[in-house]
Design a protein around this ligand. Sequence first.
Ligand SMILES: *[C@@H]1O[C@H](CO)[C@@H](O)[C@H](O)[C@H]1NC(C)=O
Length: 130
Amino acid sequence: MRLLVFATLFGVLRDAGDALQIQCYQCEEMKHNDCSTPEYIVNCTVNVQDMCQKEVLVKPDGIHYRKSCASSGACLIASSGYQQFCTGRLNSVCISCCNTPLCNGPKRKRPTVPPYSHCSPWSPDMQSLL
Ligand SMILES: *[C@@H]1O[C@H](CO)[C@@H](O)[C@H](O)[C@H]1NC(C)=O
């Protein structure tokens, strides 16, 4: 229930903004490759998809990545819904959201400023996996 309230509130706040388009990396379940290269960049739908989403899945054959544009409501619900599965262990799934252009791209060099920290908390285990 809390999630729904949060998402609704977020939607209201978002409507106050100007037309906005961001770009994100987009790929479907890349194996071992986090698809952070220019050929995976897409333009998100103006005013609808205002966030970039990144899913990291730990499978027996390695780490898989899924990335896309997303609406903030959908992304935040997904990331909180999957938070309990974000363990960094086998079969874990972590979903993170961010709202700057191409923010679901490569991991930043400086570990002191994790690009996703303001959206979704990573467990220390997961942090080292990325
Ligand atoms: C995204 O939009 C920009 C500017 O409108 C355009 O130049 C570019 O080709 C578009 N990229 C894709 C992948 O559609």
